[in-house]
Unconditional design. Structure first.
Length: 76
């Protein structure tokens, strides 16, 4: 029996941002060498540019990720 891929519905944009932040952090914890650009992250997590920028900005500000000189986001 497989698990269906279901998109959650959030009542506020803040909830969606927090949920995506947790998901991105989990992916980086699982794959410590992960290095993605914002464009790649948008495709990987199927989110719009504005949401992706907000999530990655928050993760950089909180010290979870850092942005390389080539524009890749890696673990801090």
């Amino acid at each position: 029996m497989g698990v269906a891929n279901v998109r959650a519905t959030f009542s506020t944009p803040g909830q969606a941002i927090r949920a995506l932040m947790q998901q991105v952090q989990a992916e980086y914890a699982e794959m410590p060498g992960l290095s993605v650009t914002l464009s790649q992250a948008q495709r990987l997590w199927a989110v719009d540019q504005r949401t992706c920028e907000e999530v990655f900005s928050r993760l950089v500000c909180s010290g979870v990720l850092r942005k390389t000189t080539k524009g890749h986001f890696v673990r801090a």
